[in-house]
Design a protein around this ligand. Structure first.
Ligand code: FES
Length: 142
């Protein structure tokens, strides 16, 4: 846990369910292998646990294999999550995917395995501005 100074990419993502944020850092080598993964969580204990497991799971993996990790796998690794905490795990995986997507955007590449459409996990892990907008809309409704 903590900031990574030599990260190749960083992604900030927030949960529309609770408004919590996470920063995900990846160091990716020229062979598209994830050398190092770190996170900073401003979320709950379940978010910290799932983000921590996610960084463990992706270390040494090709980006393509890291992409395939689902939030359910992550939840299983931490010994299961109660339904009210699903979004905390989804936020972790969504932030990871946003970071992987940012990596290819930066390189101006689009590997065939990378879907054009945002995955469910990414949609639930909003970018900072989207999160601010979603939360202000929610406040207006109250
Ligand atoms: Fe917000 Fe868990 S309650 S991340």
């Amino acid at each position: 846990q903590g900031r990574m100074e030599d990260a190749t990419v960083t992604a900030m993502a927030g949960s529309p369910a609770c408004g919590d944020m996470i920063a995900f850092y990846l160091k990716i080598d020229t062979n598209e292998v994830i050398e190092k993964a770190m996170f900073e969580s401003y979320g709950c204990a379940a978010n910290i646990a799932t983000a921590s497991i996610t960084t463990e799971m992706v270390k040494g993996k090709k980006t393509e294999d890291a992409w395939k990790i689902s939030w359910k796998q992550v939840a299983d690794e931490v010994g299961g999550l109660p339904a009210v905490k699903y979004h905390c795990g989804i936020l972790s995986v969504g932030a990871l995917r946003r970071a992987i997507r940012a990596f290819y955007k930066m390189r101006g590449e689009k590997p065939s395995w990378l879907p054009t459409e945002l995955t469910v996990e990414e949609k639930h892990a909003l970018e900072e501005e989207e999160l601010a907008e979603a939360l202000s809309k929610r406040l207006e409704k109250q």
